[in-house]
Ligand binder design. Structure first.
Ligand code: PRX
Length: 635
């Protein structure tokens, strides 16, 4: 029996049980039968959860790019690996075959070697969503350099912090990037960042926008002439299973960003396996994940997961709102996308607009739709399911984290029955437990607890770059022997999980635990509301009270605010109970969001508390200007 692809629900349970009873056998078989190794592992896994030390496929030797590209060439050389859809819909899309991608990656890898990059060196990639970002990532992996992709929306100081933390030797960037109507001066940002980055020796610059930029003598070089001159024959580096593959920064609840380190073999096996099963990937599918490669979702499900399976993956340079609100739907139609994977924040923003934008396109090619990054509220779930999925495509709500490498809890398309707002069941290999406040494992169903994983899985990040102690403290100390996700979850009567949000978002009002997500769900169901965020603030009698920040749809703008406040509270009362009513409702035009679309609740909490003294680092906000507006309108 092969364990790589789950065919039905009964088999899911069989595989799940096998993965718990005999994890070594389970993963060893998957690894051995589906990948190309220089040397296979005998021990499979070694770990010490108390010390946060985990190794998978111990002593195996492998190269992930050989698995993404070389081994497909005989069968799929002329198959499209990447469809590049540019920002401007009038520019033609580019179809890059596996043969082309292999050749481009090999040339780039040779350029990196010629520039002195060796196995273990860190290379910072600061590029827009153009083919060169994929090529650069894979070129690093081919020669064993550790890529550190920094989302090309981070400011100069944020890039500098990340470059310095991992002492990158090289930066790969471009003369600029297109995003909707804007042209972004990426090289200018890098120039500013590099004023404070002594480790960087070379900068390679991709030509994209033809903007006029400054090139620093002795440091900066245009990339294209170098790749044109390079050979397309590049011997891949033989990597140990536990050699670092990449670093990706994620923000901590406090302090500087954490450079999560993912290693080679475990990440490879887990992203490939989870991609195949969650999305029910089949040979001729066209997969589109709308994330940016600057985030883990892009690493795992635009690049590695799809390419490891020999899939066709779409890369989109632009934004969902340019030239209009139908851009996503137009691309699905144009490239006959079969699996579409996006974030609730994108769905909510598009659902605000006229339905005709989505109804213009039949979207008949779609088989599966997916959601990631935050809890998907009931209203957005239904809109996505009805208007994009046509009520016939399974909607997989995938829960995972930068730290987990791949999806841990999700329905498997066409296998697990879906339930709105529930991520549903863990994938095989993922031993989920809920913990109570006394640090005991909760056995019952229909309860909420802290979400932990009690056995390592191949895709887990192994450490924080340069700070193993912080890794241990953050993830393995709250519940000894277990990985603590920082999220809370509810387990229903059949064992489905619903992520209730970060544990730190729980607000206790008059002794009742209230999750912000269900309250926001209730508010968002009011027809005049586009989006909302709820935080707690101190209250003399109740301990905490609730403060809601509410964005109205355009249709709601013209209504009487006092009445709207009453109606929204009535909605909450109807959905959850009077206990969850908001003491204050402030109407705002936007919410402070990180560039990955997450609401920065820390800032909202401070405003609600009336503490304007220290908002901490706001450099990662997409819309820092909104903070002043919200402050001024505070009730
Ligand atoms: O709180 C969970 C939320 O996003 C966090 C991880 O964020 P990040 O590392 O940026 O990775 C995002 C993409 C994988 C989690 O701790 N989250 C992610 N997916 C979901 C989710 N919350 C609810 N439902 C999800 N499907």
């Amino acid at each position: 029996m092969s364990y790589y692809k789950i065919e039905n629900l009964e088999q899911y349970f069989k595989h799940y049980n096998k993965s718990v009873r005999e994890p070594r056998k389970f993963w060893s078989k998957i690894a051995s039968e589906n990948f190309t190794w220089y040397q296979e592992s005998e021990k499979i896994v070694e770990f010490d959860m108390a010390e946060a030390k985990i190794k998978w496929f111990v002593d195996a030797k492998v190269n992930i790019v050989k698995n993404c590209l070389d081994r497909h060439l005989s069968k799929r050389g002329e198959k499209t690996a990447i469809i590049f859809e540019p920002n401007n819909p009038n520019d033609s899309a580019e179809h890059i075959t596996y043969n082309d991608l292999y050749s481009r990656v090999s040339k780039m890898a040779n350029v990196l070697r010629e520039q002195g990059i060796k196995k273990g060196d860190r290379v910072c990639i600061y590029l827009p969503m153009i083919p060169e970002i994929a090529v650069s990532v894979l070129a690093c992996a081919r020669i064993g350099a550790i890529h550190s992709v920094v989302f090309a929306g981070f400011s100069a100081s944020a890039v500098a912090t990340r470059i310095n933390d991992s002492e990158c030797k090289m930066v790969i960037t471009s003369d600029g990037g297109f995003r909707g109507e804007k042209t972004i001066d990426l090289k200018g940002i890098i120039d500013e960042a590099l004023l404070n980055c002594p480790s960087v020796e070379n900068v390679l610059v991709v030509k994209r926008t033809n903007s006029s930029i400054k090139m620093k003598e002795g440091r900066d070089q245009w990339l294209q002439p170098l790749t044109e001159a390079a050979s397309d024959n590049c011997i891949a580096e033989i990597m140990d299973s536990e050699d670092p593959l990449f670093i990706l920064y994620t923000s901590g609840s406090t302090g500087k960003p954490k450079g999560m380190v993912h290693t080679t073999a475990g990440y490879m096996v887990y992203t490939a396996y989870s991609f195949k099963n969650v999305f029910n990937y089949e040979e001729n599918d066209v997969f589109w994940c709308t994330a940016d490669i600057g985030w883990i979702t892009g690493h795992s499900y635009i690049l590695y997961g799809p390419l490891l399976n020999g899939a066709t993956t779409v890369m989109f340079e632009g934004v969902p709102t340019y030239p209009d609100f139908s851009r996503f739907w137009e691309i699905i139609e144009k490239h006959k996308v079969t699996q579409f994977y996006t974030a609730p924040t994108a769905i909510r923003s598009l659902a605000k607009e006229n339905l005709s934008y989505v109804q213009k396109y039949p979207l008949k090619s779609l088989k599966v739709i997916g959601s990631v990054g935050e809890p998907i509220n009931e209203e957005a779930w239904h809109w996505y399911n009805d208007h994009v999925g046509g009520k016939r495509c399974p909607l997989v709500d995938t829960w995972w984290q930068t730290e987990t490498g791949g999806i841990l809890i999700s329905a498997l398309a066409f296998i697990t029955p879906t339930k709105p707002t529930y991520a549903s069941l863990p994938l095989p290999g993922i031993q989920v437990v809920l913990m109570d406040e006394k640090r005991n494992e909760i056995e019952d169903n229909q309860v909420t607890g802290s979400l932990c994983i009690k056995f390592p899985w191949p895709g887990i990040a192994r450490t924080i770059w340069g700070d193993h102690q912080r890794y241990k403290d953050t993830y393995f100390s709250a519940f000894p022997g277990k990985y603590f996700t920082g999220d809370g979850a509810l387990r229903d009567e059949v064992g489905y999980y619903r992520i209730t949000g970060r544990v730190d978002d729980v607000i206790i009002v008059s002794g009742h635990n209230l999750g912000t997500a269900p309250i926001e769900d209730a508010i968002n169901e009011h027809p005049a509301v586009a989006e909302s965020a709820v935080v707690g603030f101190p209250h003399d009698v109740k301990g905490n009270a609730l403060y809601g920040f509410v964005i109205l749809k355009e249709s709601g703008e013209y209504r009487d605010r006092a009445n709207l406040t009453k109606e929204i509270n009535q909605h909450i009362s109807d959905h959850i109970g009077p206990i969850a009513k908001l003491d204050k409702i402030q109407f705002v035009s936007g919410l402070p969001k990180t560039r990955s679309g997450k609401i920065m609740r820390r800032i909202l909490r401070k405003i609600a508390e009336g503490d304007f003294s220290n908002f901490g680092d706001t450099s990662t906000l997409l819309n820092p200007e909104i903070v002043d507006e919200i402050k001024e309108g505070r009730l």
